[in-house]
Design a protein around this ligand. Sequence first.
Ligand code: KG4
Ligand code: ZN
Length: 347
Amino acid sequence: MRVLGIETTCDETAAAIVGLSPAGKPEILSNAVLSQIAAHAAYGGVVPEIAARAHVEALDRIVARAFAEADLEPHQIDAVAAAAGPGLVGGVMVGLTTAKAIALVTGKPFIAVNHLEAHALTARLTDNLAFPYLLLLVSGGHTQLLVVRGVGDYLKLGGTIDDAVGEAFDKIAKMLGLAYPGGPSVEREAEAGDPERFDFPRPMSGRPKPDFSLSGLKTAVRLVAERIAPLSDRDVADLCASFQAAVVDLLVDRTRAGLRACREAGVMPNALVVAGGVSANQPIRRGLTRLATEAGLPMIAPPLALCGDNGAMIAWAGLERLKLGMVDDMGALARPRWPLDELRPKP
Ligand code: KG4
Ligand code: ZN
């Protein structure tokens, strides 16, 4: 069984082919990703129109590369999957239309994948993890705690009431004049900084419901940065380190509340999983690993190449759906908003 997956929801144009070995082991046969970072860097964030145009220009080439790297022809795959949202709708339409066209020409089934579900199921691709598990999904647009009970079956325990974690990293980076995307820049600066110099707030800490809030922390960083300006290199490093330390603490505290909520809902998770672009962050991984160990659970984070947006996660989610007969028709639309807990499991 082999599935082509196409991802165009944000600023990565990606296509990949994922298959199952004869023994049933997941295999990434190819994984082509073209980042548009350079096209958006000057604007300090993703410009939707530029992203959509860049997807149009690059996608054919990226799909061809995915087939070439896997040494396969289009008729040798069993289905075509594309992220149908949530995301920037212009880009999503490019991926969706391309996937439908390939499915029509090859006569293979088409699968409209939820981008968040693809992040959520990556741990099953890499670690063969069994349901259920607790997922901390942290990306540029999303910050949520979910119980992953099955394909299409998600119980949302909590989420952010304002900014997403990745968004907070990006805004702090922009404020401090660091390169876009902000997450990796802040993490790099923080390595040389003092995480205890500034005592930033850890919003929502201690609350039983596992919700998140980032905007107060972001404002606190801005106020300190304005007060001590002009900023030396040392100041920037210390601001980044102190901000990141607050993020680690609040994510660990909120995830601890999530574990409690999960158990109160009668679910014994098999693992704590972190996914989404922010899961590349090493101090965040270390904090979550400590928490998981404390709870007697394994902590699973994707390999770095699968943390950011990629086609392999879309192909894998498509393959999981294909196995269950969950295919879509050509009427599937691009969806700017598509909450995970609105997906329905197969009856
Ligand atoms: O999942 P993703 O690639 O795209 C979305 O679906 O949003 O996540 C991108 C986000 C950006 O906000 C980026 O700054 C953040 O993930 N990010 C990081 C790191 N690498 C990427 N945040 C913190 N530390 C990192 N190392
Ligand atoms: Zn993503």
